[in-house]
Ligand binder design. Structure first.
Ligand code: SF4
Ligand code: SF4
Length: 460
């Protein structure tokens, strides 16, 4: 049996209660000053407890478990120097190292948008420094055969999710439609609000769409037997480790994503291999599955999925582009935001929730049939994925906020700097539909890129 994804080390926990307070689903319990525990049946694996925990293996104390043993138990590299905190997640880096050493294995890696604005912090760069070129260069230097990008699949998600929203609006389908790219949110609906499952978009997350494509379209382009492909995702998220292991995530005929590592785990591997990240010359992501637009890139911030969807859906619905691509009214901070978009006679109402603890009243509104909006974006983490459980850890609250703001600013400035900023204008996405998928929501797209939440729930 695999180690649980989120655990509290009983020997290191001081019982300060910070994790209990921050947990959005009340999954952590314990009396003051005594070790706390995670209830795995409630936990949605967002990893916010890991980010806030301050009980660690201080060198001044004696512990029954040695540091060497603790690193091993946690699946971490023996060279890791940072303190080991009580609340932690399962490390998976050793399996990546093993795969990279297998001569018969074709290794493909993808990186989520929020990784490129945070990994520099692990190497002393200022908060939010944008490093897509160094990230790609580091992954090539580590020996991955293909360095692709989750942003490509974020563009693809918009094609499918946008088409699904339009279809639901035109054909009086279940509304409001909920986003489905945050696996913690999906798990929460499955676990605690399963009467609302049919509101969730049937789209898989960008991570899973990318994984499916790597072992089908990607393997075909490279002339590789998909059985020899090992697919790794670098994510800001601890819950993505759970998502890739879901039994239904195998539309390619194999487990679509073999392994997820976090931003921090990748930084530890780069250090372990002696790569000087800050001096790496920029390299591009590989084509075609590394080609992305500004819309795909903003998925990493709260409101980003909504903004990307609106940029395309409004144009698809009316045939006319929005007058501006800076949709400031859906951007913002932790909490609930609402907006109405009026464009060429079409009115779209949207709601955005950043931080799962805020979603309760919105779901009650939906349940009572009083939700007067079409589309709901929910991200479990306070500012979306830039503040995910697998991102660089910052203990001081003021600095943490500064880091989140810097990472978010990095994503939007990257979006602004790109020439193509709408998902449906991504040239490689167009080619993918022409040469492989057919059309959005078509037979092949449905088989590879969508899932059935009701059926998944029944299978548990
Ligand atoms: S935050 Fe860390 S030290 Fe504090 S109760 Fe939670 S696990 Fe224990
Ligand atoms: S908001 Fe992002 S990082 Fe946080 S649980 Fe959801 S997908 Fe993961």
């Amino acid at each position: 049996m695999k180690t649980p994804i989120i655990t509290i080390d009983q020997e290191l926990c001081t019982g300060c209660g910070r994790c209990r307070e921050i947990c959005p689903v009340g999954a952590i319990s314990g009396m003051p000053d005594t070790p706390h525990e995670v209830d795995s049946t409630r936990c949605i694996l967002c990893g916010q407890c890991v980010q806030i925990c301050s009980g660690y293996d201080s060198a001044n104390e004696t512990f029954a478990t040695s540091r060497v043993e603790r690193l091993k138990q946690r699946g971490m590299l023996p060279t890791v120097k940072e303190p080991l905190f009580a609340a932690h997640y399962r490390g998976d880096i050793n399996a990546v190292v093993a795969a990279l050493q297998q001569p018969d294995t074709f290794t493909i890696v993808q990186c989520a948008p929020a990784v490129r604005v945070a990994i520099g912090e692990e190497f002393g760069m200022p908060y939010g420094t944008l490093t897509p070129g160094k990230l790609s260069a580091a992954l090539h230097a580590l020996g991955f055969n293909r360095v692709y990008d989750t942003n490509f699949a974020a563009d693809l998600t918009i094609m499918e999710e946008g088409a699904e929203l339009i279809n639901r609006i035109k054909n009086k389908g279940r509304l409001p439609m909920f986003t489905s790219c945050c696996p913690g949110w999906v798990k929460y609906v499955e676990d605690q609000h399963d009467d609302l499952l049919d509101h969730l978009s049937s789209c898989k997350s960008p991570q899973q769409m990318a994984g499916t494509l790597f072992k089908t379209y990607g393997a075909k382009l490279d002339g590789i037997d998909p059985a020899h492909v090992f697919s790794v995702a670098v994510m800001p998220c601890t819950c993505k480790k759970f998502e890739c292991e879901r039994p239904e995530m195998n539309s390619s005929g194999y487990q679509d994503v073999d392994l997820v590592i976090t931003t921090r785990e990748l930084a530890q591997l780069i250090k372990h291999c002696g790569i000087d990240f800050t001096s790496l010359p920029d390299e591009a992501f590989d084509n075609p599955l590394g080609c992305y637009t500004g819309a795909g890139n903003i998925f990493g911030a709260t409101g980003g999925v909504m903004e990307a969807a609106l940029r395309s859906a409004c144009e698809m619905l009316t045939g006319t582009p929005l007058p501006s691509l800076e949709l400031e009214y859906v951007r913002g901070e932790e909490g609930i935001r609402r907006a109405t978009i009026c464009h060429e006679g079409v009115e779209l109402k949207v709601t955005i929730v950043a931080g799962l603890q805020y979603v309760g009243s919105v779901l009650e509104q939906v349940r009572r049939g009083e939700a007067d909006f079409h589309f709901l974006e929910v991200m479990c983490c306070p500012m979306g994925c830039v503040s995910g459980g697998g991102q660089p850890k910052i203990l001081l609250p003021a600095q943490r906020l500064e880091a989140h703001a810097g990472r978010k600013a990095g994503l939007y400035s990257h979006d602004k700097s790109l020439t193509v900023r709408k998902s449906h204008e991504n040239p490689q996405i167009k080619k993918l539909y022409e040469n492989f998928l057919g059309e959005p929501l078509g037979h092949e797209a449905h088989h590879l890129l969508h899932t059935d939440h009701q059926q998944n729930r029944r299978a548990v």
